[in-house]
Design a protein around this ligand. Structure first.
Ligand SMILES: CC(C)(COP(=O)(O)OP(=O)(O)OC[C@H]1O[C@@H](n2cnc3c(N)ncnc32)[C@H](O)[C@@H]1OP(=O)(O)O)[C@@H](O)C(=O)NCCC(=O)NCCS
Length: 181
């Protein structure tokens, strides 16, 4: 559906369930995320089935599977929440740990931002746990601005702790300026 130099963003398939569960069940990956962990094989299959039925052209979530071109393995996933007005979206995603530190996440983010702004979106937003330094650095590298920090805004689904949330935003006008260089 969307292709980059090293990756393909495509619809989820049932065959992705075991790979999805493998990285989502890694405590380091799940720590700051909004999904329940651990994920049983049955729950992973059900989750992937739901993802595979979503429609990226309609308001609501669409979860892309990120496939590594080199070996066709599942590299991670990227969720896009299109608002009802179809002019705003929110993003959230994960990369399996063996692929961290190689620029893959930035490659995905730049591709989805290009795709969304080309469709005429006005604004893209993203949030992360204030302690999630890799995620915050990724947002800023992609051009997002830090717009605020909400104290104890999110209750972690797995630990029950109240955590500060960083708010990031990127306007189409800023994206155009950044990519015109
Ligand atoms: C958030 C997450 C996707 C970021 O992944 P990441 O690997 O740090 O991000 P990138 O792919 O952009 O890689 C950046 C790093 O690769 C390095 N790099 C190596 N080759 C690169 C290349 N060709 N291009 C860009 N960066 C490259 C960069 O220097 C940078 O290193 P640094 O962090 O030491 O400065 C990852 O930490 C993750 O999946 N975490 C768990 C899930 C999660 O918390 N998601 C966010 C929820 S809001």
């Amino acid at each position: 559906m969307i292709e980059t130099e090293r990756l393909i963003l495509r619809r989820f398939q049932l065959a992705d369930a075991a790979s999805l569960a493998a990285y989502r069940n890694n405590p380091d990956i799940a720590r700051y995320q909004a999904w329940p962990s651990p994920l049983t094989p049955e729950a992973a299959t059900e989750q992937v089935r739901k993802y595979s039925e979503q429609d990226p052209e309609q308001p609501g979530w669409f979860q892309y599977a990120i496939e590594l071109k080199a070996d066709h393995s599942l590299a991670g996933d990227l969720g896009v929440l299109l608002h009802d007005n179809r002019m705003q979206a929110e993003l959230g995603g994960t990369l399996r740990p063996a692929l961290h530190g190689s620029g893959y996440a930035l490659e995905v983010l730049q591709a989805i931002l290009e795709h969304l702004f080309a469709k005429g979106l006005h604004r893209v937003s993203a949030e992360c746990d204030a302690r999630n330094t890799p995620s915050a650095r990724l947002m800023e590298r992609a051009g997002f601005l830090l717009e605020g920090q909400r104290p104890e805004f999110t209750r972690n689904i797995n630990t029950g702790e109240w955590t500060d949330t960083l708010l990031f935003g990127l306007l189409a006008s800023r994206w155009k300026t950044l990519t015109a260089r």
